[in-house]
Design a protein around this ligand. Structure first.
Ligand code: MG
Ligand code: MG
Length: 310
């Protein structure tokens, strides 16, 4: 594979991996590990098939807000590029509002509050808020990483801008940047030792996120989410094993599954994703993700060939 082909394979692997983890995990969102074991006793006590259902009563292969908000954000980035308004936060907030008006299958409380604040006040960022330490900004940041390859400053600026439309909290910010930087490393193809160094450096700088020994909570609180994601990602080199481990911890299983899927998918590439899962994923979602992943990578490559703005 050429370097460009390999980058596209990793970008698509990350995006499809996110959707696979979301679709698998949504079945068991808000369940406890014990309830999951009991419910799936007939298959060894492990939930491992994309079957839909769950509290949202999804069709098999349907995804939730984790994937659809990511797609909304990615669309906004591409639209900004085509309008000559690159990385315009106004366009991002408008895309979140349009997403919400489209009656998504679910929407977290903090996301809803931020979107309504934008609707009513035109505000692109709330004040820092103790209640904003959920994982809603983290779960959707993948398109920013794909659109800012090779430009760390733009990655940080746009990641925080999109995050603050709904979530303004230092732990959310740290998670968005830390997981995003690990994702960028994986997209660039760094080896296992460099991945481990990146994770160690993140935890050393932000000890709240230390995950060894694993505390065992998989909630939507961004610290619990990041600890679960890093624990499952670092403990399993196989995509399917890592995502399965995450979702079987229950609680915010669609989001932990999505984020492990994103990281593990970037590590292995789209060609190594499990075919039996991909075959169940909504065809519309696969098409939208495939189109968007290549368009976002192309946006990054275009930007890199341009002179830096003064
Ligand atoms: Mg969700
Ligand atoms: Mg969730």
């Amino acid at each position: 594979m050429t370097d460009h082909g390999s980058l596209l394979d990793k970008a698509l692997g990350a995006y499809l991996g996110l959707a696979l983890g979301d679709a698998l995990g949504a079945t068991v969102e808000f369940m406890t590990p014990r309830e999951i074991k009991h419910r799936f006793a007939a298959q060894g006590g492990v939930h491992r098939h994309i079957v839909g259902g769950g509290w949202l009563k999804l069709a098999p292969g349907q995804v939730t807000d984790d994937t659809t908000m990511s797609l909304a954000l990615g669309e906004a980035l591409l639209r900004g590029q085509s309008l000559g308004r690159p990385f315009d936060t106004q366009l991002i907030a408008e895309a979140f509002l349009a997403w919400w008006r489209g009656k998504p299958v679910d929407c977290g409380n903090t996301c809803r509050r931020g979107i309504l604040r934008f609707l009513q006040q035109g505000s692109l960022s709330g004040e820092p808020n103790d209640g904003d330490a959920g994982n809603g900004a983290l779960m959707r940041n993948l398109p920013v990483a794909l659109a800012t390859l090779g430009d760390d400053a733009a990655f940080e600026r746009v990641s925080l801008a999109q995050a603050h439309v709904t979530h303004h909290h230092p732990l959310s910010d740290a998670a968005v940047l830390g997981i995003g930087q690990l994702l960028r490393d994986l997209l660039s193809g760094v080896d296992a030792a460099a991945q481990a160094r990146r994770i160690e450096a993140f935890v050393a700088a932000q000890p709240t996120f230390a995950f060894r020994p694993y505390p065992g909570r998989a909630s939507g609180y961004v610290v619990d989410t990041v600890q679960t994601v890093l624990h499952c990602f670092a403990s399993h080199t196989d995509f399917e094993a890592g995502v399965t481990a995450a979702v079987n911890l229950g609680d915010d299983a669609d989001t932990t599954g999505a984020l492990v899927g994103m990281l593990a998918g970037a590590r292995c590439g789209a060609q190594a994703l499990p075919g039996r899962w991909l075959g169940r994923l909504s065809r519309t979602v696969v098409r939208d993700i495939t189109d968007q992943a290549s368009a976002l990578v192309a946006l990054s490559l275009d930007r890199q060939s341009l002179p830096l703005p003064s």
